[in-house]
Write a protein that binds this ligand. Structure first.
Ligand code: NIG
Ligand code: FE
Length: 421
């Protein structure tokens, strides 16, 4: 058995006996212990508490004791919405946008998602795996300990399966908690532009049966947006996916409010993601749903709004409406070419006026819930994975989002193992 005791932690952050989904005002409550210890056994949090209770709680000290003096210790980030598997970056599009083209214009010219799909179909599974593995290593060194990864850049039977197999290999090889989401309904491929029914058929009759049989996905997603999938089309895809046990986690209300939220609520989505564009009715619907059992998590992606120069998601209104919000990176080559959750947390404070405590809860415990891993990660709780961020000596918790762009992380532990730097 491998055991390590950390002593003299300056502040142990997000310590909880249980792991509720944090709705409304509860998001601001971030329980912490000053001058703390933390015991890790076989990759799992075995005990924690205040230093003055150490003798009582850990009567026999293990052989390995590490003084964490000066460090704060946080649960590692839970990034519940990413497109980590992709073939190549799209910085040439970025330059087109700098010259004035809009995201929708680029998509209409066969750029955007369709461009990524074209390239991905030419890459081998091994190459995609190697690229995704390197990105995962980089993100874990930045403190991400759990991550949801979507398909959606294949848009062919082979391409979608190839992406999901890459994610499966990442799951098998990595220490991180990984969840796979099938996003075959990310965009209509050119040849189905005028025959949506045929593409929906392909998803339902050719992709989903294999995905179900080989257990290649945990969730199903649809990009519900003007020019992409309507709420009705989203319901057709999700209803089929649910027959294979795939619960919806959905892209809704990024650019337009077209009814995706009502559809998502009707289908008991685990999370409703993006939400840059919300009407008063949308917020009222989310507020009503928040009071019911099994309420969805509203996953906000501030770096996508930042990169696309869109108004930020109305986080304060969503909190006031009693919803549970999570923060995620949306890491993808088109609208958020960074998976750095430290920046996501910072930006949520700077751009959406979250308090540091709210942002940390939203990027840890609520993020874990948004990927169905709330019982395994997201807080300092006995029995959860030892997925931990050790900070450099920093003056306060608020300094983490305040000092944006500064690397505040000294070391990261995932599943009880140090991430190499
Ligand atoms: O979440 N909105 C849809 N999908 C991605 C963007 C994908 C792309 O441009 O490649 C997103 O923002
Ligand atoms: Fe996305």
């Amino acid at each position: 058995m491998s055991t390590i005791l950390f002593t003299h932690i300056r502040q142990l952050v997000n310590t909880r006996e249980d792991s509720p989904l944090l709705k409304g005002a509860a998001l601001a409550n971030l329980p912490c212990i000053q001058e703390a210890f933390l015991l890790v056994e076989d990759g799992v949090i075995a005990e924690y508490g205040a230093m003055h209770d150490l003798e009582l709680l850990v009567p026999q000290l293990p052989r390995e004791v590490a003084d964490a003096a000066g460090s704060m210790v946080l649960p590692a980030w839970c990034d519940s919405h990413t497109h980590l598997v992709f073939a190549r970056s799209r910085e040439e599009e970025f330059v087109c946008k700098l010259k004035g083209m809009s995201y929708a214009e680029i998509a209409a010219q066969g750029g955007g998602i369709l461009h990524s799909a074209g390239v991905l179909n030419d890459y081998t599974e091994d190459t995609l795996f190697t690229l995704a593995w390197a990105r995962l290593q980089e993100l874990s060194a930045l403190g991400t300990g759990a991550i949801e990864i979507k398909s959606g850049y294949g848009l062919t039977v082979d391409g979608e399966l190839k992406m999901l197999r890459v994610i499966k290999r990442l799951k098998e090889r990595s220490n991180l908690q990984i969840r796979a989401t099938f996003l075959g309904a990310h965009a209509y491929p050119e040849r189905y532009k005028d025959d949506h029914a045929a593409y929906l058929d392909l998803i339902i009759h050719e992709m989903l049966p294999i995905i179900g049989r080989e257990k290649l996905a945990d969730y199903i997603d649809v990009f519900c947006e003007e020019g992409f999938f309507s709420p009705e089309e989203m319901e057709i895809v999700c209803t089929a996916g649910m027959q294979y046990g795939l619960r919806p986690k959905l892209h809704v209300n990024q650019l337009n409010s077209i009814g995706g939220i009502r559809s998502g609520l009707r289908m008991n989505a685990l999370s409703l993601d993006h939400l840059e564009t919300l009407t008063e009715n949308d917020i009222a619907d989310l507020s009503f749903a928040a009071a019911q059992p099994g309420a969805p998590v509203c996953t906000l992606l501030p770096t996508a709004a930042f990169f696309l120069r869109m108004p930020y998601q109305p986080a304060r209104a969503l909190i006031d409406a009693g919803t549970a919000i999570a923060l995620a990176s949306d890491f993808n080559p088109g609208s958020s070419p960074s998976g750095n959750m430290n920046f996501v947390v910072s930006l949520s404070c700077i751009g959406m006026k979250l308090l540091p405590e709210e942002a940390i809860n939203a990027a840890t415990l609520n993020g874990a819930h948004a990927m169905g891993a709330g019982d395994l990660v997201g807080s300092i709780t006995v029995g959860k994975k030892a997925n931990l961020i050790f900070t450099r000596p920093v003056p306060s918790l608020a300094w983490l989002p305040y000092a944006f762009g500064t690397n505040c992380i000294s070391r990261v532990m995932i599943n009880g193992e140090w991430v190499s730097r």
